[in-house]
Design a protein around this ligand. Structure first.
Ligand code: IMP
Length: 495
């Protein structure tokens, strides 16, 4: 059996994450790209980090669809109109792929995708420099680019192809940005505009945006992109039902601006509904959604509640300010069975290599949370992929959170009042509620044997299979695929 057997008759398939991102979507999108005619992204931007490992070579992409490594087979790779598009990152990634000797002829960009520009990076980083209101964003300008879209002052990829329009729209946009940055110390603004990600000062001159430099740069981007720009919404819409379409999610349901742990979310709706819309089709055109669940631990990057976090607040604070190197130096012997949950968390992070693909930040680590999964699968359906199962091969006790006890003050939720001591089996994504929930666990004995070379469900250790069955039963999901390593072939089909 191979992965495609899971798809049945479906012609439009979406792969999304049911958690806070970083569950291994890249691997599955790449694997299913062999099946698809079109691989399309529709949400997020260069805040995403998709890691693909083929024959021991690791590729990390932020913007180009993970199917790009199959371009040589004539597969179409599409960056949809819902993506916040940073041309600089995009062109760098294209260069990496081409340097690896792989073609990029069939890589298209939506004319209507919104541009991420220097002023967006600036606003994102200014917000993150404040002590209150900080969200722990990736600092890639994603939120401010979407704000401009909704404020109807954004610039599209198509605008970069039309110099007159580019200038007029940019001047209008920057007039508004000048007002916004007025409240900040000029030194802070100048410092940010001098960063490498912002051209090392190229776009800032004498205390103001260097409009000419920005225009020149984005015109150049327009020229470099011209041959790839299309009405991709129409292209994908026309292909529904006729071609095999694979939609590649970014981030995860719990980071969706619509369904996630608001305000600790990203700025796009990264659920399957937002993803479909971001490539120009409706969610009802998606025949099958595969929701990825990292198991039996989960991760989160950035601020926000995380009930099962190993080491709780200590871990949250540590991950906010440290780098992988600090961890290796301070906790060289941390491992997955440590009795202190904080250090155990570091051990799991190390075993799973849970360091941000975009920012390099240590990802916060916690146990698998079924109340969150029960909530999240409401947007994805019940077909799930359990990823990274091999990471806890050496863990003596696996803890699964089956429910929460609310321990905060009385809190109104609609017409009900949530009181201390109440048990919740499905998560309420209100950040206030989530922060005040204590996880209740069922403990399982670990299987304590390597799994990365297992290829059939029957060959998995019994103890592991029992945990999978428990999750399927408790969360009402079907684990159709189990992943035991980063390589394409370290995949077990379980149908
Ligand atoms: P932004 O998307 O950069 O605005 O960041 C908003 C929140 O989403 C922050 O907590 C980020 O850490 C988180 N985030 C954005 N992209 C990813 C991702 O690809 N994986 C995990 N977290 C992400």
């Amino acid at each position: 059996m191979n992965l495609e057997d899971v798809l049945g008759e479906a012609t439009t398939v979406a792969v999304v994450c049911t958690q806070w991102g970083d569950t291994g979507k890249g691997k599955f999108v790449d694997a299913l790209a062999g099946w698809a005619d079109i691989i399309a992204r529709g949400t997020g931007g260069a805040n995403a980090g998709h890691t693909i490992c083929i024959d021991g070579v690791t590729y990390v992409f932020h913007l180009v669809p993970s199917g790009i490594l199959r371009d040589g087979d004539g597969k179409l790779n599409v960056i949809g109109s819902g993506v916040a598009f940073d041309p600089n990152t995009f062109l760098n990634e294209v260069e990496v792929v081409e340097k690896a000797g792989l073609p990029t002829n069939h890589l298209y960009v939506a004319a209507g995708a919104h541009l991420v520009m220097p002023q967006h990076f600036l606003l994102d980083l200014l917000r993150e420099s404040e002590s209150s209101g900080k969200l722990g964003t990736t600092g890639r300008g994603i939120g401010p680019a979407y704000v401009d879209y909704y404020q109807r002052i954004g610039l599209t990829v198509n605008d970069a192809l039309n110099p007159g329009i580019l200038r007029a729209k940019l001047e209008r946009n920057l007039a508004q940005k000048r007002q916004l940055i007025r409240g900040y110390a000029p030194g802070v603004v100048e410092d940010i505009m001098g960063r490498e990600a912002l051209g090392g000062g190229e776009f800032w001159q004498a205390g103001d945006f260097n409009v000419e430099a920005i225009i020149e740069r984005y015109r150049a981007y327009g020229n470099a992109l011209r041959d790839r720009v299309r009405d991709t919404d129409e292209l994908v819409r026309q292909a529904v039902g006729k071609k095999k379409i694979l939609l590649e999610g970014a981030q995860g349901n719990l980071l969706s601006v619509k369904y996630g742990s608001y305000p600790y979310v990203t700025a796009s709706d990264c659920s399957v509904a937002g993803l479909a819309q971001g490539v120009g089709i409706s969610e009802r055109h998606v025949d099958l959604t595969l929701g990825i669940v990292k198991a039996f631990y989960m991760t989160r990057v950035g601020d926000g509640p995380f009930p099962t976090e190993m080491g709780g607040k200590r871990s949250e604070e540590w991950c906010d300010g440290s780098a992988e190197a600090d961890e290796n130096q301070r906790f060289p012997s941390a491992q997955v069975n440590h009795s202190d949950p904080f250090i155990q968390g570091i051990g799991v992070r190390r075993a799973g290599n849970e360091y941000g693909a975009t920012t390099g930040r240590p990802r916060r680590v916690g146990w698998l949370d079924l109340p969150l999964l029960r909530y999240s699968k409401g947007f994805t359906g019940n077909h799930v992929i359990l990823s990274k199962l091999d990471v806890l091969d050496e863990c003596r006790t696996i803890r699964i959170c089956h429910s929460y006890r609310y321990e905060g003050p009385d809190y109104s939720v609609g017409n009900c009042v949530l009181k201390a001591g109440e048990i919740l089996t499905t998560a309420n994504l209100d950040s206030y509620v989530l922060r005040n929930c204590v996880p209740l666990y069922k403990d399982f004995e670990g299987w304590m044997t390597p799994t990365s070379s297992v290829r059939t469900p029957e060959d998995l250790p019994d103890k592991l299979r029992q945990i999978v069955s428990y999750i399927e039963r408790e969360a009402d999901v079907k684990a159709v695929v189990l992943s035991v390593g980063p390589d394409r072939d370290q995949t077990i089909v379980n149908v």
